[in-house]
Design a protein around this ligand. Structure first.
Ligand code: UD1
Ligand code: CA
Length: 467
């Protein structure tokens, strides 16, 4: 049976009080609508039609060719939104699977189970429901004595008795496609909201004798709809919990899961320990036996086995095995760090390759550089890569030694095994094996320190006299 996914994402989301359209608000780093489309992919939906309106261009730019789009120019309600998919789905037969764009926590397991029950029972419509303690704001599920759904009643249309119903509409349902569009045509907006409500379709079908079922999720959090920032933060907490739990069950130690922020796509190897205050974002991949954090903030970064990253920020970087990063290092885009490297405190790396065994232990800037293996870069040494117009390359070959507080004025090359004396400002190539010294020669004046002090004292005394 073909599955025709429809995502309702045209609303502005007034209750968010935001310049950003509601379905674009992120949960664990990914927009709400992105999570919903992910789940449609997981249940192998044959079509994915996203109904757009407010922020249509933003939503389309974000989802790209993952979906097809139908425009709802005026937001006249969820039923009206669903109608906009009809033209695109012309000629299709199968199950129309409608999801709201603001339910990021729904799982493919629940959707799949609802669809299976729907097919096996020969129902015309099925709604995914959840049993919650705080049903306020959700549509309530009304069932008859046989347990069949007879209607869904919106909060504003509830009678006092219906307000007590704890089984709610998650906003997700599946329908025989033809029956859906036939029932949508009968919708009226004679309700408290003056809108064409998708929820009324269930009542219309039940009334005309069609079988309408409810499938209740085992986990009530799956049904959470995000209408305001409080619900957004709750969804974040639930999703964070799920992601962290998955990693822990895969063999990752997370010291304090409530204080560890890992996005959905991140991969982490077994026996890695993640310390509190850590953010792992984007397509970050961490190997086995690593120590990450406390306070590691990594985006789109690859870290191989046995590496340590403490109190550091890494973006679009790759780091080899058994390397130590931090505390307080900053690896900017294009940092390519080898195995058994040490990047110590207050070191910044940008667009630079560092070979195996190299050490940059303290207070350095290495930018636009190619650094070989087993190089030692002393405290305070920097690449002077920018002359105000161009970014120039510094090359430091294997086994070279760069002393403390050296300035390497790029473009410049330090040959294999060369030795650059501390405090030097290097403007020319240092050939392999050579020693370079480029600093003012020191002169000592014997006994002069005390003379100088006497002179200062005399000046001070004179000043005080004249006051
Ligand atoms: C809706 C359901 C409610 C359910 C709840 C679950 C209806 C009438 N109500 O209420 O029963 O318990 O979701 O979270 O369906 N949208 C459009 N076009 C419109 C109106 C809405 O595309 O004209 C989209 C919104 O962008 C949103 C989704 O539909 O993604 C749901 O709309 P929303 O206003 O959030 O509905 P709720 O009041 O939460
Ligand atoms: Ca909602």
């Amino acid at each position: 049976m073909r599955i025709l996914g429809i995502v309702l994402a045209a609303g502005q989301g007034k209750r968010m009080k935001s310049k950003l359209y509601k379905v674009m608000h992120p949960v664990c780093g990914k927009p709400l609508v992105g999570h919903v489309v992910d789940v449609l992919d997981e249940v192998n939906a044959d079509r994915k039609v996203v109904i757009v309106g407010h922020g249509a261009e933003t939503v389309k730019a974000y989802l790209g060719d993952r979906a097809e789009y139908a425009m709802q120019a005026e937001q006249l309600g969820t039923g009206h939104a669903a109608m906009q998919a009809e033209a695109l789905l012309e000629g299709e037969d199968g199950i129309a699977l409608i999801t709201t764009g603001d339910t990021p926590l729904i799982s493919a397991d629940s959707l799949g189970a609802m669809i299976r029950q729907h097919i096996e029972s020969g129902a015309s419509a099925s709604v995914l429901t959840a049993m919650v303690d705080q049903p306020f704001g959700y549509g309530r599920i009304v069932r008859n004595a046989d347990g069949l759904v007879t209607a869904i009643v919106e909060q504003k249309d509830c009678t006092p008795e219906q307000q007590w119903i704890r089984e709610i509409n998650t906003g997700i349902g599946c329908f025989d496609k033809h029956k859906l569009f036939q029932a949508l045509k009968q919708l009226k907006n004679d309700n408290a909201q003056r809108e064409y409500l998708l929820t009324d379709v269930f009542g219309i079908l039940a009334e005309q004798g069609d079988k309408v079922l409810g499938y209740c999720t085992a986990d009530a959090t799956e049904g959470m709809g995000i209408n305001d920032r409080v619900q957004l933060s709750e969804a974040e907490r639930v999703m964070r919990g799920r992601i962290n739990r998955r990693h822990m069950l895969n063999g990752v130690t997370i010291i304090d899961p409530s204080n560890t922020y890992i996005e959905k796509e991140v991969q982490i190897g077994a026996d890695t320990v993640v310390y509190p205050g850590t953010f792992l974002r984007g397509v970050t991949v961490i190997g086995e036996d690593c120590m990450i954090g406390p306070h590691a903030d990594m985006t789109n970064t690859v870290v191989r086995n046995g590496t340590t990253v403490q109190h550091s920020v890494l973006t679009d970087a790759t780091v080899g095995e058994e390397t130590a990063i931090g505390p307080f290092a900053y690896l900017r885009p294009g940092s390519r760090i080898g195995n058994q490297v040490k990047i110590g405190d207050f070191v910044e790396i940008k667009n630079a390759e560092l070979g195996d065994g190299t050490k940059v232990s303290h207070l350095s800037y290495v930018g636009d550089a190619v650094v070989g293996k087993n190089v030692n870069i002393g405290c305070g040494a920097i690449t002077v890569n920018y002359d105000g117009y161009n970014k120039n390359i510094t090359e430091i070959c294997d086994d070279a030694f760069v002393g403390s507080n050296v300035n390497l004025i790029a473009p410049v090359r330090i040959g294999e095994g060369a030795y650059v004396v501390a405090g030097s400002t290097i403007t020319h190539e240092v050939p392999a094996g050579d020693l370079a010294i480029a600093r003012e020669r020191q002169t000592n004046k014997p006994g002069y320190a005390d003379k100088l002090r006497q002179r200062f004292k005399a000046i001070k005394a004179k000043k005080q006299e004249s006051k």
